[in-house]
Design a protein around this ligand. Structure first.
Ligand SMILES: Nc1ncnc2c1ncn2[C@@H]1O[C@H](COP(=O)(O)OP(=O)(O)OP(=O)(O)O)[C@@H](O)[C@H]1O
Ligand SMILES: [Mg+2]
Length: 260
């Protein structure tokens, strides 16, 4: 059951407003699942709730990774269990360098006494940065501070590569990337594909899925997955938009959280 990730009936609220209204999703190791959907339908909320963001209160349902209950765990425990989120809007942390941040993130996942050596860490980090075509000076910059949009996204992928997670959630990793950077980031993701790792890729655009081929595509509306299919579903959305799904399902307002 390598990297089996199961979400059942997940409901979550923010400030008393229900945003996730019962999410069901099963992922096996090796699989890539894409989540698409119009703005404001709950995609980022799903990512945040899974990661354990304190603002989102899970009111019902379960989420397990390799049979372990994620929802019971604190944020750092979820990370240690193998969950990784590349955020839509990564935060800037002044005073903490990129390398300090990553090294403590790696070491917090290791037993005391078996921390990664500085030399080994730097060597690994430099190799990954080269793969991502990042200037080595980013090692010493404060985390995300003053990074361009594309530099932030590349840095999220660097973290993913260094942390070697079991479940990777990428929230609009393609936003802000130029055409070459998109290719580099996709190569980074593809190089991490393996039987014991699963990916949940949130995106608005087929363009990303040209490079990162999903096994399944899910559409979110009104805080639920309303339709699932294969890669052809994403291509249909690119061509026809979302109106046909709304018509098919009798949905007028696809957003969530704005109900009277
Ligand atoms: N921290 C928050 N405070 C208040 N409202 C929130 C918060 N987080 C999410 N919401 C609301 O929940 C709804 C869903 O937001 P979410 O960010 O999950 O949408 P999304 O599907 O990721 O949209 P997009 O495609 O634009 O990124 C929105 O109406 C949003 O305003
Ligand atoms: Mg979002």
């Amino acid at each position: 059951m390598a990297a089996d990730f199961v979400i059942e009936g997940l409901k979550a609220s923010i400030e008393g407003k229900e945003i996730l209204k019962g999410i069901n999703l099963k992922m096996k190791g090796g699989e890539i699942h894409a989540i698409m959907g119009p703005n404001g339908t709950g995609k980022s909320t799903l990512a945040s709730a899974l990661m354990g963001h304190p603002k989102y209160e899970v009111t019902e349902g379960t989420a397990t990774l390799e049979g372990e209950d994620l929802l019971e765990m604190a944020v750092d425990e979820r990370a240690r269990a193998g969950l990784f989120l590349a955020m839509q809007y990564p935060s800037e942390i002044s005073g903490v360098t990129n390398s300090d941040f990553l090294r403590s993130a790696i070491n917090s996942r290791r037993e005391e006494g078996s921390e990664i050596s500085l030399i080994r860490f730097i060597r690994q980090m430099e190799a990954k940065m080269k793969e991502l075509d990042m200037n080595p000076e980013f090692l010493h910059r404060y985390l995300n501070e003053g990074f361009s949009g594309g530099e932030k996204k590349r840095n999220e992928i660097l973290q993913m590569m260094m942390l070697d997670p079991k479940i990777v959630i990428l929230d609009e990793i393609d936003s802000g990337l130029d055409i070459d950077a998109l290719k580099i980031v996709a190569d980074g993701v593809n190089s991490m594909r393996s039987e014991d790792r699963g990916f949940l890729v949130i995106t608005h655009y087929q363009r990303l899925l040209d490079y990162i081929t999903p096994d399944y595509v899910h559409v979110m509306m009104q805080g639920r997955i309303v339709k699932s299919g294969g890669p052809e579903l994403a291509r249909r959305l690119e061509a026809d938009g979302y109106e046909w799904i709304k018509e098919e399902l009798g949905i007028e307002d696809e957003t969530v959280g704005n109900e009277a």
